[in-house]
Design a protein around this ligand. Structure first.
Ligand SMILES: Nc1ncnc2c1ncn2[C@@H]1O[C@H](COP(=O)(O)OP(=O)(O)O)[C@@H](O)[C@H]1O
Ligand SMILES: [Mg+2]
Length: 418
């Protein structure tokens, strides 16, 4: 009887395998793994009253299908049932998830290569603002091509779910690296910063600002190559319309966000990314974020108002040059910051070779000036500010004061004895 031989009504079909057997019979014949006759043979076995095996069990038992083939079919079936199937790709596993979406490792069937797919959750696909931001991420990234930027391959939607296909980066993120070692040494941090600045220089030159530079968006390959990920909040520099729509709303992650983004400024420029990279650098070398707080609002208020604790207070091994560069990256006023990733790169390359930076300058404060009465002919550079508070007056300054005093006494003695 035809209805009895149909796996849809068999004991093991729709009831015990959640619809898997139902699909399996049709699918294996369609893709040519099993013939109609072989399938019919298994179905008649299922129809025997004493047989509790599922169609999958019987196809295996009869050697019509291997365990590997069955596993692959089952994985695809489960992915498609959970809404994670994307035509042309085989989803392999979840790589991680962030505030906006989930990222999967997948195989692109046509090219037989591994890719990463960022999939938008269903609930967001109905929100036009969210979808347009997601699509703009893909379009922005597709314009960029650089060894230090995660390459975008495709952006599309399937069954109303949006996805973004990109280069799969085997490795981890700077965030993972910080978790692993707690504090990166200066040389490793400079190397990451140099590579990231090159990526930013390229993106900025194409008119794009990343707007969400943070440790989790700096991926690291096993060979130590940096790949900047997630141009999620990127937007054309001249896209004033889009900017106005966002005016007053601050996007980004509070621990690394620039003061001008917090203020909802519409003219966000390259220096916003330089601030984000500076906050990331601060986290890398001190082991903690520059500003903390009980809630995102408090963190953001501190970015706006609280002076930065000099990084060498948390890590005394840092060189003066590195601290100067870092402090300039994190200036609260964008005009005091590096004006381009190229300028930053120049300073990073100088300090990598042990030279003083060109753009960043030691900060002076009144306390410094008070003790810096220069001795005659003394044109030595002024002591830089970024020393631990409470380190007191330097021995050099005390020496200078004593010398000045002695000179004054000698001078007075000469005048008086005349
Ligand atoms: N191209 C990629 N290759 C490999 N892993 C990735 C890639 N993009 C993202 N990931 C992983 O997926 C995680 C989630 O990414 P995402 O959704 O962008 O959130 P976030 O950047 O906040 O972590 C990342 O932390 C990273 O571990
Ligand atoms: Mg990310």
């Amino acid at each position: 009887m035809p209805s009895q031989s149909n796996p849809e009504v068999s004991r093991s079909g729709s009831s015990s395998t959640g619809g898997f057997d139902t699909m399996l019979g049709r699918h294996v014949v369609k893709i040519g793994l099993v013939t109609e006759d072989e399938l019919e043979q298994c179905r008649s076995l299922i129809d025997e009253a004493s047989n509790d095996d599922t169609l999958a069990d019987l196809l295996l038992e009869q050697n019509f299908l291997t365990q590997r083939q069955l596993d692959r079919i089952r994985r695809d079936f489960e992915a498609s049932r959970s809404g994670k199937s994307i035509p042309g790709y085989q989803i392999l596993k979840k790589l991680g998830s962030g505030a906006m979406a989930t990222v999967f490792l997948a195989k692109q069937k046509s090219l037989q290569r591994l890719v990463a797919i960022k999939l938008l959750p269903k609930r967001f696909s109905e929100d036009p603002n969210y979808v347009s931001r997601f699509l703009s991420e893909g379009q922005a990234a597709a314009k960029l091509n650089h060894p230090n930027i995660v390459q975008a391959y495709d952006v599309n939607n399937h069954n109303g779910r949006h996805y973004f296909v990109m280069e799969y980066v085997e490795g981890n993120t700077v965030y993972d690296r910080i978790q692993e070692v707690k504090r990166l040494d200066e040389q490793e941090a400079i190397d990451i910063l140099i590579q990231s600045s090159k990526a930013l220089q390229h993106a900025h030159n194409q008119g794009f600002i990343h707007r969400d530079i943070k440790p989790k968006n700096l991926m690291l390959t096993e060979k130590g190559q940096v790949k900047v990920a997630d141009l999620g909040l990127a937007r054309g520099l001249d896209d004033a319309e889009a900017a106005k729509k966002e005016a007053g709303r601050a996007y980004g992650t509070p621990y690394y966000i620039s003061p001008e983004q917090i203020r909802g400024r519409i003219d966000i420029g390259p220096s916003a990314d330089i601030y984000g990279l500076g906050a990331t650098a601060y986290h890398m070398v001190t082991g903690h974020v520059p500003f903390t707080g009980k809630n995102p609002n408090e963190v953001m208020q501190r970015h706006l108002r609280t002076p930065l604790t000099p990084p060498d207070q948390a890590n005394p091994n840092l060189s003066a040059g590195f601290c100067q560069v870092l402090e300039m990256m994190m200036e609260k006023d964008a005009t005091d910051r590096y004006q381009s990733a190229g300028d930053l790169l120049e300073d990073l390359e100088l300090i990598a070779q042990g030279h003083p930076p060109h753009f960043a300058r030691p900060k002076l404060d009144l306390a410094d000036l008070a003790v810096q009465i220069p001795a005659p002919g003394d044109d030595a550079p002024l002591r830089q500010k970024s020393k631990p508070a409470g380190a007191g007056v330097s021995p050099l300054a005390i020496g200078s004061m004593v010398l000045n005093g002695l000179l004054l006494i000698v001078l007075l003695a000469v005048i008086l004895t005349r």
